[in-house]
Design a protein around this ligand. Structure first.
Ligand code: SAM
Ligand code: SF4
Length: 432
């Protein structure tokens, strides 16, 4: 979502006489978009600001902080960083040109962190020219009503708010015209899509509508909450040919005691049942998830339950984190903190186990033919292009840039820990 917000800000700035540069030294404006979901990315904001201080002194560069840390800290950021010009909260992106104008004209320092009840922040800034990429994010909802005890998101992104389906569809049609072949629908809890809208549309209903849009070849979405994963949505995997066979379904912990303390609203057993249903309806589905270790009160046996869940599901990949207390959340007050050393040990054990599973799953694809959407040149070699399978695995293979945007059949020759190597096997189908 942050990546998408950065792109939206860039588009707004382009329409306001700014151009993108990769070189900070020549920038007139540096905007740092931020995440506060864990402590580490939050710290990075302050070190980035430190790095740019001399630019402010030398070039009078305008410096701003946007996103979740901006929302969380507000005016405190201006107090703490005297050379900071702008603090722009999660709902304030549409105000960016106006705020910049104010700074340019008066030199005033600005802070905008009000929550916008009208949902202006959900309006997309559409690209005006053909995009040089084949995939795009599309926000369908923002915010979260779940209040998991560890999570800062509801406090920095506000309550759940869905975009009207008509607006989403218009955006996807426009993106298709601009060359996009794959859309990834974004929301903190996409299964909750439709709540509060008068039109009475569900998430699977929205998927059905997007599936009909010409020139769009693939649909993905993220993130789903296990509690709200409906049978309707599960069935969509067998009904919608453009919906890619990949589900990211964070479980956080395999221990019922910890899940309860996290206020997640499901048990290990009910999570496993959902995975079972998904695999029955769509046997080729790839499943990935988020998990954390070291939540307050996590004992060795709770951690064992997490490892057991990982072995039972055999995830294609996992994003794993050490629990990081977030000020203002309920869990930050919990006693029974787990020592940093124990957290690190548990994380290493878990990651070792998952590494083996991921490698084995990738190797299982050797010899199979996968449909790949070609995205661009591979980072490793100018002779190679890179793309993803429907199950979201990266594949590198020999080919030239004329393949970009096309769906090609690729025979998988080798499965590695983070990607696959393959060979294109016959004439490709033109993407529309
Ligand atoms: N809405 C998604 C869900 O409920 O599954 C997750 C969104 S959250 C921004 C992304 C991931 O960050 C979470 O799934 C969780 O694993 C991790 N996370 C959130 N808060 C955390 C914290 N306080 N410490 C460590 N990891 C955290
Ligand atoms: Fe955070 Fe996800 Fe829980 Fe919402 S559902 S509070 S975004 S972890």
């Amino acid at each position: 979502m942050n990546e998408h917000d950065s792109e939206q800000m860039l588009r707004l700035l382009e329409s306001f006489h700014y151009l993108e540069t990769r070189n900070a030294k020549e920038a007139d404006l540096i905007l740092i978009n931020t995440c506060s979901v864990r402590e580490k990315p939050e710290h990075k904001v302050y070190s980035a600001l430190g790095r740019y201080k001399w630019l402010k002194e030398k070039r009078k560069t305008i410096i701003g902080v946007a996103g979740c840390v901006a929302q969380q800290e507000g005016g405190r950021l201006l107090d703490r960083i005297p050379y900071l010009d702008m603090v722009i909260g999660t709902h304030a992106i549409p105000l960016l040109p106006k705020l910049l104008q104010k700074i340019e004209l008066s030199g005033e320092r600005v802070c905008e962190t009000n929550y916008d009840q009208d949902g202006e922040y959900l309006k997309a800034v559409l690209p005006e020219k053909r995009l040089d990429k084949v995939k795009s994010y599309v926000t369908i909802m923002q915010g979260c009503d779940h209040f998991c005890s560890f999570c800062i998101v509801p406090y920095v992104r506000g309550r759940e708010k869905s975009r009207p389906s008509k607006k989403i569809i218009e955006e996807v049609v426009h993106l298709a015209e601009m060359g996009v072949k794959e859309v990834c629908l974004l929301g903190q809890n996409v299964n909750g899509y439709g709540k509060g809208l008068e039109e009475g549309v569900s998430f699977s209903g929205l998927l059905h509508s997007i599936n009909k849009i010409e020139k769009i070849e693939r649909i993905r979405f993220t993130t789903s909450h296990p509690k709200d994963l409906s049978e309707d949505l599960i069935q969509s995997f067998s009904k919608l040919e453009k919906l890619c066979e990949h589900m990211h379904l964070p479980f956080q912990s395999g221990s019922d005691k910890i899940l309860k303390a996290m206020h997640r609203g499901y048990t290990k057993e009910s999570y496993l049942e959902k995975i079972d249903r998904l695999k029955k309806v769509c046997p080729s589905i790839a499943v990935t998830a988020d998990v954390m270790v070291g939540f307050p009160g996590e004992e060795e046996r709770d951690f064992e339950e997490t490892l057991d869940l990982i072995q039972k599901v055999q995830f294609d990949d996992l994003f794993s984190f050490k629990y990081s207390p977030r000020k203002g959340t309920r869990a930050a007050q919990f006693e029974d903190k787990v020592e940093e050393k124990v957290k690190q040990e548990r994380l290493s054990i878990l990651q070792e186990i998952q590494k083996e599973i991921t490698l084995r799953k990738n190797q299982e694809l050797e010899g199979r033919v996968e449909e790949v959407l070609v995205e661009g040149q591979s980072k490793q070699s100018t002779q190679d292009v890179t793309g993803r399978t429907r199950s979201n695995k990266i594949v590198n293979f020999e080919g030239d840039l004329s393949l970009v945007g096309k769906l090609v059949p690729v025979k998988i020759e080798k499965g590695y820990a983070h990607s696959l190597r393959g060979e294109i096997i016959f004439n490709c189908r033109e993407g529309n």
